[in-house]
Design a protein around this ligand. Structure first.
Ligand code: MN
Length: 264
């Protein structure tokens, strides 16, 4: 009886899994797994306080690499697969259908335009990071998980080129200016605002957003100790980053579990 019940249950679960695996992607030509990464990334960053009601995650569209995918205007913790929209190279929604879009989508559009190596972008107002955007103290890598900071962390001041603004990257010109300051780095801080992290996939961009915030908090503590700080050298950074890439799935699977059931 128990065996029969168990086998029925197994068949039922298998059927459900098969149905889930065959669920159509909300964007034509884009694998469901990529949409799931985008949804999980948004929820993970919200879970850990890297983003709150604000902030967003995007991914380059594999079906049309000039385009990118991101949620409609929504708090990151609430994002589902059905909220993901497609945007063109200028940040215009391809098929808005009345949905509200993020004001700062130009951050993403202009970075994808000039960085062909970048496949995912995160914008956050990380509480740990903001102090470094307004002080003369550069954000520097304090421990191995933030090895990607060793290549340098530029700070973009919107006022330099645009004078007095509402601080938001709400048009292409501001996005282009921000992308130019990012240069070849993985992170750029935005004065009085937050930061942008980029990566070759969603997992790495999210990893970097999370650990940029952790590093900022730890660096503030280390500075508080009042003596000289030894940061990772660029050479140490390059070596340590290879390890971070290798163990990424361990981190991602743990984080993803914490935000399940995220996808439908
Ligand atoms: Mn912002």
């Amino acid at each position: 009886m128990i065996n029969r019940f168990t086998s029925t249950l197994v068949v039922l679960l298998w059927s459900l899994a098969a149905v889930h695996a065959q669920a159509p992607s909300p964007i034509a030509g884009v694998p469901s797994a990529l949409i799931e990464d985008l949804v999980a990334g948004s929820r993970i960053l919200a879970e850990f306080g890297v983003v709150d009601a604000f902030g967003h995650v995007s991914v380059r569209d594999p079906a049309n690499p000039a385009h990118f995918l991101m949620s409609r205007s929504l708090a990151p913790a609430l994002v589902t697969a059905d909220d993901i929209m497609e945007f063109d190279q200028d940040g215009n929604a391809v098929d808005a259908r009345g949905r509200q879009v993020f004001l700062e989508r130009f951050i993403h559009a202009e970075i994808y335009r000039v960085r062909p190596d970048v496949m995912a972008v995160v914008h956050a107002h990380s509480p740990g990071v903001v102090p470094f955007s307004v002080s003369k103290t550069p954000l520097r890598p304090l421990f191995h998980n933030t090895a990607f900071l060793a290549a340098g962390v530029p700070v973009w001041d919107i006022a330099k080129e645009f004078g007095v603004t509402n601080m938001l990257v709400a048009d292409n010109a501001k996005g282009k200016s921000l992308a130019a300051t990012l240069g070849n780095s993985s992170v750029v801080l935005m004065r009085g605002h937050g930061d942008v992290t980029v990566g070759p996939n969603v997992k790495i961009a999210v990893f970097r957003a999370y650990y940029t915030d952790v590093n900022a908090r730890l660096q503030t503590q280390a500075i508080g100790l009042g003596t000289e700080i030894t940061y990772l050298s660029p050479e140490e950074g390059a070596k340590a980053d290879q390890v971070n890439f290798a163990v990424l799935d361990r981190v991602w699977n743990l984080w993803k579990q914490k935000v399940q059931p995220a996808a439908k």
